[in-house]
Design a protein around this ligand. Structure first.
Ligand SMILES: CC(C)(COP(=O)(O)OP(=O)(O)OC[C@H]1O[C@@H](n2cnc3c(N)ncnc32)[C@H](O)[C@@H]1OP(=O)(O)O)[C@@H](O)C(=O)NCCC(=O)NCCS
Length: 145
């Protein structure tokens, strides 16, 4: 059964495993631990029974949620789970009277871009030469509530 729950630093090992499986530039353990221990950090995982198969999270500051990472593990991708997960999370924040959510996406990441559009995000700007590993452009996307 698919379910969504908050996760924290006690899930660090599994989140790191998924991060490494799905990104060319994963966070270091130290960076990931600091991210989860940050006072404004709010992370969610999507579970298949008791297995974490993806996660999404970032910082909730006053009335804004800045998403720093979203991922669905490779073998579960392209089954609409990413869009369902993000839409669900947006609904959780709507209930908390959030004003806006923000996310950045690589210009080449057409799949993530599509998933963000489906969750109500719009492009509001771009930053050239943004990603350190290959100098790729980032689109800045916002979902207003
Ligand atoms: C981005 C990510 C979270 C999306 O999750 P997902 O469960 O695979 O996505 P979904 O199945 O919900 O939706 C994918 C959409 O992209 C479409 N798609 C698939 N391959 C595509 C391609 N090559 N080009 C364009 N669109 C594509 C699918 O058809 C689907 O759209 P649809 O609903 O209109 O059919 C997931 O692919 C992932 O974790 N990728 C690696 C990590 C990453 O890039 N994270 C985002 C940056 S933080």
């Amino acid at each position: 059964m698919i379910k969504i729950n908050r996760v924290d630093v006690s899930h660090l090992d599994k989140l790191i495993e998924i991060d490494h499986n799905n990104f060319n530039d994963p966070w270091s353990r130290d960076m990931f631990e600091k991210e989860l221990l940050h006072p404004n950090s709010e992370y969610y995982a999507i579970f298949n029974d008791d297995d974490i198969i993806g996660f999404c999270g970032g910082w909730y500051i006053i009335d804004e949620y800045q998403i720093n990472k979203i991922v669905i593990d490779k073998k579960h991708q392209n089954k609409k789970l990413g869009q369902m997960f993000l839409i669900y999370i947006m609904e959780l924040y709507r209930l908390r009277n959030i004003k806006k959510a923000t996310i950045e996406v690589r210009e080449s990441n057409k799949i993530a871009f599509k998933v963000y559009l489906k969750a109500g995000f719009d492009v509001i700007g771009k930053r050239e030469n943004y990603y350190q590993n290959n100098g790729e452009t980032a689109y800045i996307m916002i979902r207003e509530f």
